[in-house]
Structures are given as C-alpha cells and as structure tokens.
Design a protein. Sequence first.
Length: 562
Amino acid sequence: MTQKHWLASYPAGVPHEIHPEQYKSLTQLMEESFRKNADRPFSVCMERWMSYRELDERSRALGAWLQSRGLEPGARVAIMLPNIPQFAVTMAAVIRAGYTCVNVNPLYTARELEHQLKDSGATAIVILENFCHTLEDAIGHTEVRHVVVTGMGDLLGGLYGRWITFAVRHLARMVPAYRLPLTDGRTVTSFSRALSEGSRLGLRPAEQSLDSVAFLQYTGGTTGLSKGAVLTHGNIVAAILQAEAWFTPALRRVGDVSRTNGIAALPLYHIFALTLCLLAIRSGSHLTLIPNPRDIGKFVEVLKKRPFHMLPAVNTLFNALLQQPQFRSLDFSQLCVSQAGGMAASEGTARQWRQATGCVMVEGWGMSETCAIGTNNPLDAATFSGTIGLPLPSIDIAIKDDDGNDLALGEAGEICIRGPNVTPGYYLKPEENAKAFTADGFLRTGDVGIMDERGYTRIVDRKKDMILVSGFNVFPNELENVISLCPGVVECAAIGVPDEKQGEAIKVFVVRSDPALTEEDVAHHCRENLTGYKVPKYIEFRDELPKSNVGKILRRELRAAH
C-alpha cells in the first residue's frame, strides 16, 4: 500500500495536514480567541453565563497573581477542580503566566494526590474547598507553597453565587472540615481575593515556544504509580487543529460554527474533555458545564434548556442517558456530533443511541500521551463501524511487531503512533521513555490492532495489563501494591473482566494469611486508599495464584478463566 493510504478514505473537506507552526504558543492561540470572541459566551453553568471577555480578564488577573508569588518560569501549578467556570479561568491563567498545568482528579485520595504533587514538583494548587480535607492530609510531604481555595459559587455571580456556596457547605454538607498548615511559608488565599489582587497587577508576557511544557497529564504507570505525560504547547496546538479539521465539516450544519453548544459532562481534568474545551476556545463556541454528570436526572434537565450540537461521552455515560426515562423526549434535531471515546463503544449502545437521537455515535481513539487525538471515524458515517476509524491529519499509525518492524495490512500487532500531538516523553522518566518509543520515533501504545486496506483500525486486544473502567485507566500494579498493605493479605492479583455498564470491571484475587479476613475488609481498605473507580467490583479468595517458573503471577491465566 502507499504511504498514508488512509487519506483516500478521508471525508470531503478534511485537510490531510495541519500546521501548528502558525502559532508561537498555546497562549497566542488563546489570546487571539479572547480578542476575536470577547462578546461571545464561553460557558454556562447552573444557568450563569461567562463570556470570553470575562474569561480573558479573570485568567489575566489570576495569572498576574500567580506571578506575584514569585513562581519560577515553567513552575507546576496543580488544578483540582470539577467542571465549574473556575477550571477554564485557572487553566488559561497558568498557561498565560508561563507555568505548567498539572490536572488532578478531584476524587483522588490523599495517597494518590500526594504522589502526583510530589512527582510533578507542584508549588501551587487551585482547589475546590470540597476537597481541601484531602489536601490537608497530603500537603505536608509536598513542595506546595501556595493554595488558592474556591467555593462552588465563586464565579456564579453575586447573591446567587453566595447562595450556591452556602447551600453546598451547610445544606448539602459537601465541604468536610479541614485545616491547611501555614508552616514553612505556605499561603492559603481565596480565589476571589486572588482575582481581586491580581486585577490590580499587570500580567507579564511569558517567554514561550511550541516546545514549552503546557501540561503534565498524569496517566497510569506500569510500575504501579501514575506518571506525567509531558504535553508541550506544540502538542496541544496540534491536537486542537486536528480536532478542528475533523469536526468542523460536520458542525457546519449549525451554520456559524461559533454558535456550537458543546456539552462538557466528561471531567475537564481528563484529556478527552480538556482537548474539546480547548477546541471550543479555538472556534469561539461555548460549553455547557455539567459539574456532576452522575446526577443523570439533573443532567437531562440541563439538556432540555437549549439546543445542543456536540455531545462527547464515554460508553457508560451514553448508556446512563439512554436509561433515563426523560432523555428520549429531548429535541435532538440540532445534535451534529455524538463522539465516543475513552473506552470501547459497544454496538448495542450505538444502535440504541441512533434510534433515540437520530445521530450516529462516532468512535475515536487516543491517549493522554497524544492529547486524546489519534484516530476517529468520519463524522458523516451512516452507521457505527466497530472500528476506531482513520488516523487524523498529520498523524502516522503503524502496526508493528515486538521488534518494531512494520506488519502487513490485516496482521495483528501493536498500534504505534507518531505526530505533532504526541508527547516527547514522560516527566523525569528516562528509562520509561527509552522503552516507550520505537527506533523510528513511534510511541508504543500497548493496544493490539489490525488495519485494513482502507486505513481503518480495529482494536483486538491490549498488550498492557491496564484495565479500562468507564474510560479511566487502572493499572493492576497500583491496586496490588495498595491491597498488599491490607492486614491479612499475603499476595493478590488484579484483572479486568467484561462488564456491560463499565466496559471492564476490576476483579481481585487474594491469598490471605488471616482466615477471618472478609471481602468487605478488603473493599473497605480499597475505598480508604483508592479513587472510587479503582475499587474492585469483585473480590475472590484463593489458596494460591498461578505463577511462572520464576514466580511471577500470571494475570493472563486468571483472565483466561473468564
């Protein structure tokens, strides 16, 4: 086949290449949008709107405040926020001030948070007060010196915003008591005060290039601890332009693409939603922020409010919406893009979605290491394909054997990716980086796939032992490390088993020294030390685990029994 033979399968209007070098930095792309779209809405949350002008002014103020703290250029600033207006303000502030964003899952336990803060070397964090009790338990062992604390209603305006914060604190009681230590020169500042003080300061332009680091995006580690994928300004700009090239032809149905209403229900700290948030900034469109997508009833109420054009989700969220009785009565006439990613999309869900909405669910594939961009099915597809689609503009996909040799079309091998959106490597992990890339510069993904003569790839297996729960990577080593510390556990092994709702569920096999140890004891230990989606659904006690002749536990044998 010719090189990039998949280009012949591209939909009309999609360019073969993108040109990130048109920008000097992600900051330049964002500030261009802020100027051009100042009077347009950027986001709506709990029916309170924020314009691009407000995003510009607030991020400028917060960026100036961060600079006034004396952070060195490139300093890491952690962001521990759900989908509320403060997220985009903080993300833009950090980037514009010349620092690096470290996105943190707000549901992390203290152990997980401490690892990420220590590994990244973060010296500042912006956090919702609901999660400060977790930070209290972690901060003592980190380099964090500046804490900015925000309440839920801080950017929702006047009396209404204060009421929301009061209700979250005192009626819903969602803010556990906390005390953040002020020793070692640490400061704790309210978000509102930081904005107020910063608005009286000037934001100093940062020296940045496309090689500057924009994000450390943490992803599951084969050693049992998450590692930070370095995403440069160039990586992020490329991913934005790739997404724009792929989605714009379909969104032209809206008329003016800047009128697009994108639904941000997936967490913005996750690379899938983050990239689509940045795409919205590029196009001057707006986002509907869903702070708690688990409340499907309220989510559907929000969808009723106004036409929506783009709905990105993982398979489990599409499923949950379909099960909600009110969902099918919504007006789907404006829905142009139903983008599935983060985990395998099931044909059954896709079929039901098409019947309910009239819009084809389109599956794509990417990773934190590729800014969520990799392959995607064409958006003019008439049916769900069951493949992960075609490589996006300026991307090379190769199917390789274990030695890095290219395989023929139709042969199964490791999916490897190369392109301007692909990470240069993991933060401070030279050994990991040496193993992660092939000699010709492709990133090894750990997914096993087959590419056909049209350029479509189908995933058939995973090389890695990674478990994919509702779009989140869970690495067995981390679970096993945590469970091994549970009193009465001798050894354990974790695997993923098929699950209709989550794609995969976690099953743990445990050998115990204490016969009195129960499944609930193990589950309780997990809940204390792991984010909810990492807690095993199934726990099975065994007298012994299958092992190789050198004593390595054979997870594949445990999987084969399922």
